[in-house]
Design a protein around this ligand. Structure first.
Ligand code: ADP
Ligand code: G3P
Length: 649
């Protein structure tokens, strides 16, 4: 078949929906089919998918799209190969011998492993992990989700002990099942997906013994072989259905795929995808850049030569915030209506919505933050909350761009966007306003699917090089120019940052960790659809609970979990003119009866993202003091912003 006669299929298995698109050589989608699948929320903070439903959703979409393709007069034999792109980190476990899943997939948004994360942070070696794998220890990565299953699901534990436990991200699971499961045992994961597990060394793109040892799984679990994102033979062939015998030749985690789909092939190029969550990837070239400002180091793509890396800013909630307004608050029937609802009011009316449903990801990494709406009065209308919901993602994008500029030393001149929520003109205008640079939205927004099509198409020879992709999706995009001043933007952002500070510390530990461990598959869980609401039976709200530590704040996170019994008191603020000043701290150890002590602490945010503390307290004191310093930092900020008299000192 000549390249010009070829088509390429792309499976896009996202967090809320699955789709299959068929692209021609001009990168135009000629047929597609999309289905939503069940979102399972068994407890507050938990989020699961049924692994078998993920596979059947893919099969349904392939059938639907191929039907539409054929109805236009094309033949299925012209589909030369298929690429896969998928939600990342979502963790699937199955029996290596039978190929059957052992539990629902634990989704990337799920925060049940919060207590595990706190414990892991106290282990020797914890502070070195990020320099190996590029990711911070958090509930986000696959590793902590796997550990939770090992600790709480008997079937998973049994398989682990018998040596039959297979672990994979969604790409590995789909490839395995599309190839026929255990019979063919095509068990691979591409570098962009594998590097999101915390098991992989970012430089070698191989499993790293230090990491596997740290998580206690070395040699005890079946892990997929790591292969390039574009490969003619590694991914096998689809064995069933309308595309039986069509080879799979490309695979990319969805955010990498969007970068490829936006043709972000040169260092300095970036894209921001507003899907369920929102993810900004910035191409840094052939060497990973390890962030010191709360970003992730990740693989942009690995097309067989030297891999290309990216700095990533991950936001947990974007379109899912819109879905929350739709499904949980019944504000509208369809996501696209959020734009018009938000336009019923002129501004947010003083509302700020910190959409921290999964804590806050980059650049904050606050596991314990909870969704919080500030500024509600009798004046507040649905439109204000709709605006505040859209703004939340835009503010976080602004924070990420600031961090990226600090890490890379370069400022972006334009931001390329895509993903479901980018369809909202108001959201994109707000984004341009807040980051003070133009936002470019391409005409064809299925860039995530296009990326996987490109990965597969390059492997089959449909395109021979990047140059041949140049004209794809270039015409007809929209540009949103900033319409407010930098000063206005900065004022809005200050208010957002204040809200972020105030959204934390509501719940001191994960209230649901450890519960309900005997559940295994979806039929044993409460069937949860979009509108299902679940009762929190185990509330642990603590008024005035200490603020837990935050990663990457310039202080060694100490061994033990936060304690309330030995909390020192911050007694005196010597200077109160913002950061970079000296703070005198008086500590009193209630537990060991020590007398009061005075120490001077230097706030040096210029050197570290928030605070840097020097001194020679022992670990326990240091931890307590850190918690108090976080309060001071927040209070300082409040004082500065609002000149409040808080009566704390
Ligand atoms: N017109 C729109 N305006 C705002 N949000 C939208 C719009 N269309 C879709 N969305 C949001 O985008 C998300 C879906 O985007 P998509 O890129 O398909 O995500 P995913 O790949 O994570 O499933 C949904 O959460 C939905 O609420
Ligand atoms: O479903 P999306 O598009 O929000 O992407 C999910 C990410 O891959 C999670 O890391």
């Amino acid at each position: 078949m000549q390249p010009s006669e070829m088509f390429v299929g792309s499976i896009d298995q996202g967090t809320t929906s699955t789709r299959f698109l068929i692209f021609n050589r001009d990168g135009e989608p000629v047929a597609s089919h999309q289905v939503e699948f069940n979102q399972i929320y068994p407890h507050p903070g938990w989020h699961e998918h049924d692994p078998l439903e993920l596979v059947s959703s893919v099969e349904t979409c392939i059938t639907g799209a191929v039907r539409s393709f054929e109805s236009q007069g094309f033949t299925r034999t012209s589909i030369a190969c298929v690429g896969i792109t998928n939600q990342r980190e979502t963790t699937v476990v199955w029996d290596h011998e039978t190929g059957e899943p052992l539990h629902n997939a634990v989704v990337w948004t799920d925060t049940r492993s919060q207590a595990i994360v706190s414990e892991l942070k106290t282990r020797p070696g914890a502070s070195n992990l990020q320099s190996l794998c590029g990711l911070p220890l958090s509930t986000y990565s696959s590793a902590t989700k796997l550990l939770w299953m090992l600790g709480h699901v008997p079937k998973v534990k049994d398989a682990f002990e018998r040596g039959t436990l297979a672990f994979g991200t969604v790409d590995a699971w789909l490839v395995y099942r599309l190839n026929g499961g255990a019979a063919a045992n095509v068990f691979v994961s591409d570098s962009t997906n594998a590097s999101r597990t915390m098991f992989v060394n970012l430089e070698t793109l191989r499993y790293d013994d230090t990491l596997l040892d740290f998580f206690g799984i070395k040699g005890k679990i079946h892990l997929p072989r790591i292969v390039p994102s574009s490969d003619p033979s590694a991914y096998g062939v689809i064995v069933n259905g309308v595309l039986a015998q069509v080879p799979i030749m490309g695979c990319l985690g969805d955010q990498s795929s969007a970068l490829v789909g936006q043709k972000g092939f040169s260092p300095g190029m970036a894209k921001n995808t507003y899907g369920t969550g929102c993810f900004l990837l910035y191409n840094v070239g052939e060497k990973p850049v390890f962030s010191t400002h709360g970003l992730l180091a990740t693989v942009a793509y690995d097309f067989g030569g030297k891999p290309v890396y990216a700095l990533e800013g991950s936001i947990a909630v974007a379109g899912s915030g819109v879905k929350f307004l739709q499904n949980n608050l019944s504000f509208f029937q369809d996501s696209k209506e959020v734009n018009d609802l938000a336009l019923t009011v002129e501004d947010n009316g003083g509302c700020v919505f910190v959409t921290a449903f999964s804590g806050l990801f980059a650049p904050y990494w606050i596991d314990d933050a909870k969704g919080t709406i500030f500024g509600i009065t009798q004046y507040t209308q649905k439109g204000h909350i709709a605006r505040a919901t859209l703004e939340a993602t835009c503010f976080q994008t602004k924070a990420i761009l600031d961090a990226m500029e600090k890490d890379s030393g370069k400022a972006l001149s334009e931001l390329a966007v895509d993903g479901g929520m980018s369809n909202s003109d108001l959201a994109m205008q707000t984004q341009a306003d807040l980051i003070s640079i133009p936002v470019y939205r391409p005409k064809m927004r299925e860039t995530t699917a296009l990326g996987a099509a490109i990965a597969a198409g390059l492997a089959v020879g449909m395109w021979r090089n990047f140059a041949e992709l140049r004209d794809i999706n270039r015409a007809g995009g929209a540009v949103f120019e900033p319409q407010i001043t930098r000063q206005e933007s900065a004022t809005k952002f200050e208010q957002w940052e204040k809200a972020v500070c105030m959204s934390r510390g509501w719940i001191s530990t994960d209230s649901t960790e450890g519960k309900d461990g005997d559940r295994t598959l979806n039929n044993e869980t409460k069937p949860a659809t979009h509108d299902s609401q679940h009762t929190n039976t185990n509330k642990t709200t603590t008024n005035g609970a200490p603020l837990p530590p935050t990663a990457n704040r310039g202080l060694n996170i100490p061994k033990s979990a936060p304690r309330q019994t030995n909390s020192p008191l911050v007694s005196e603020l010597i200077t109160s003119d913002g950061f970079g000043t000296t703070l005198k701290v008086k500590t009193r150890s209630a537990a060991n009866g020590e007398s009061d002590r005075n120490r001077d602490w230097d706030f040096s945010p210029a050197k570290t993202p928030l605070i840097s503390v020097s001194g020679d307290l022992d670990d326990a004191d240091e931890e307590d003091l850190f918690l108090e310093l976080r309060k001071v930092e927040i209070l300082q900020k409040l004082k500065k912003l609002q000149k409040l008299k808080l009566g704390y000192f």
